[in-house]
Design a protein around this ligand. Structure first.
Ligand code: MTE
Ligand code: MO
Length: 359
C-alpha cells in the first residue's frame, strides 16, 4: 500500500468533497490551461482504492483469451491524446430539487494528455466473436456503493465497478479509445486508475474505467449498477436514457465570480467542450435577458480536448454585471438556461451565471 503522505501530497491541490472514497474537484486553476496538471485533475472514485495485480485479462466470447501486463501494453504502438474528462454529476449542486448524489460544484472536469495503446488493437488480438453484443470493462475496485458517503445509505453491497460499450464503439478507429498507462507523461497515479485504465473520448467519464482488470466480450446485453442502475437519466416526462456523450458546455475561468473590476477593457476567458462535436460558438451576455455577443473561440487543439475562448469586454458604466457564456457545438447543440432535470442529477449543462462588480 502507498504511504499515506504520498497520497496526501498527490491530493493536496484538489478541493476535497469526500475522503472515503476520495472524491475531489479541480481547483479553479485546473481549468485555465490547455491541459490540467495531474495534481489538479479532479478525482471521482466510487470505492476505496483497490489493489491491482498488474495483469489485464481479456476473455469471454473471444477466439484467443489473453493476459497482458503493463510491459505487454507498453510494447504495443503507443499513442497520445489530450482528452477532456467530465463527471456526469458535474454541476449537480445547481440542480433543483437537489438529488442525493455526490454534491459536485462545477469543477469535476479536467483535461489530461493520456498515453497508451489503442483499445481496438488489444481487442482485435483477442479475436472478438461475431455474436458479441457488448464489451464489458471491469475495474479492480469493489465494495459497498454509497449514493453519498455521508449518508448511511448503501445502495448495494459487494459491487464491482463494471461498464460496457458496444463492440462497434469499442472497435471504431474514429472513437480513439485508449488503454492508457500514462497521464501527462508520468505513469498513472493510484487515484487515476494505476496501472492502466480506458479513456473514452467524448463520453462522460464514467465510461473511462480505471484500474482496468478484465475485458470480456459478452453475448447478452450487460446490465450492471453503473450501467443500467445509476448513470441513467431518469427524466420525469420521457423514457429513461443512459448517460453517454458529454453535453455541450462553457465555463468562465476569468474573472473569478464576484470579482471587482475597474471601468475599462477586460478579457473574459473560459473553456468550452462537447462530446458531440467541436464547439463552434460561445456567446456572452452581461445583462440577463437581452443581447448575446460572440466570443472568439480557439480552434480545437485536438479532437477530444476543451477549447479556449475569450471576449474583450469594454465596460464604462459602474455597477453589477451578470456574465453568462453559452456554447454551441457543430451538431447544433446549445446549452439550455435551466438544467435538464433528472432524478439523479446528471448532465447539468445549463448556462452558468457569474457576476462582477465594476467600480
Ligand atoms: N474502476 C473505476 N473506474 C471509474 C470510476 C470508478 O469508481 N471505478 N469512476 C468513474 C467516474 S464516475 C469518473 S467521473 C471517472 C473519473 O476519472 P478520474 O478520477 O481520473 O478523474 O472515472 C470513472 N472510472
Ligand atoms: Mo463520474
Amino acid at each position: 500500500m502507498l504511504a499515506d503522505d504520498t497520497l496526501r501530497r498527490a491530493r493536496s491541490a484538489l478541493t476535497m468533497i469526500h475522503e472515503h472514497p476520495f472524491n475531489a474537484e479541480a481547483p479553479p486553476e485546473g481549468l485555465t490551461g490547455d491541459t490540467t496538471p495531474t495534481e489538479q485533475h479532479y478525482v471521482r472514485s466510487n470505492f476505496a482504492l483497490p489493489e491491482h495485480d498488474g495483469t489485464l485479462e481479456i476473455g469471454g466470447a473471444v477466439g484467443s483469451p489473453t493476459t497482458l501486463t503493463l510491459d505487454d501494453l507498453r510494447a504495443m504502438p503507443s499513442v497520445e491524446r489530450a482528452v477532456t474528462l467530465e463527471c456526469a454529476g458535474n454541476g449537480r449542486l445547481e440542480t433543483r430539487p437537489l438529488p442525493a448524489g455526490e454534491p459536485w460544484g462545477a469543477y469535476a472536469v479536467s483535461t489530461a494528455v493520456w498515453t497508451g495503446t489503442w483499445l481496438r488493437d488489444v481487442l482485435e488480438q483477442a479475436q472478438p466473436a461475431p455474436d458479441g453484443v457488448e464489451v464489458r470493462f471491469e475495474g479492480a475496485d469493489s465494495g459497498s456503493y454509497l449514493l453519498n458517503p455521508v449518508l448511511a445509505q448503501t445502495v448495494k453491497s459487494d459491487l464491482t465497478f463494471v461498464r460496457s460499450l458496444t463492440p462497434e464503439h469499442a472497435l471504431d478507429p474514429a472513437a480513439e479509445i485508449l488503454i492508457a498507462y500514462e497521464m501527462n507523461g508520468r505513469p498513472l497515479g493510484p487515484d487515476h486508475g494505476a496501472p492502466f485504465r480506458i479513456v473514452v473520448p467524448g463520453w462522460f467519464a464514467v465510461a473511462s474505467v480505471k484500474w482496468l482488470k478484465r475485458i470480456d466480450v459478452v453475448t447478452e446485453p450487460f446490465e450492471g449498477e453503473f450501467q443500467t442502475g445509476h448513470y441513467v437519466y431518469e427524466w420525469p416526462d420521457r423514457p429513461h436514457e443512459r448517460v453517454t456523450t458529454m453535453r455541450v458546455r462553457a465555463r468562465i475561468t476569468d474573472p473569478a465570480p464576484g470579482a471587482v473590476l475597474t471601468p475599462g477593457t477586460h478579457v473574459i476567458r473560459g473553456k468550452a467542450w462537447s462530446g458531440t462535436g467541436p464547439v463552434t460558438n460561445v456567446d456572452l451576455s452581461f445583462t440577463g435577458e437581452g443581447a448575446w455577443s460572440p466570443a472568439v473561440v480557439e480552434a480545437p487543439r485536438g479532437p477530444h480536448q476543451w477549447q479556449g475562448w475569450s471576449y474583450e469586454w469594454e465596460v464604462t458604466e459602474p455597477g453589477r454585471y451578470s456574465i453568462r457564456a453559452r456554447a454551441t457545438d457543430a451538431a447544433g447543440n446549445e446549452q439550455p438556461d435551466v438544467p435538464p432535470w433528472n432524478r439523479l442529477g446528471y448532465g447539468n449543462n445549463a448556462v452558468e451565471v457569474s457576476y462582477v462588480d465594476v467600480r
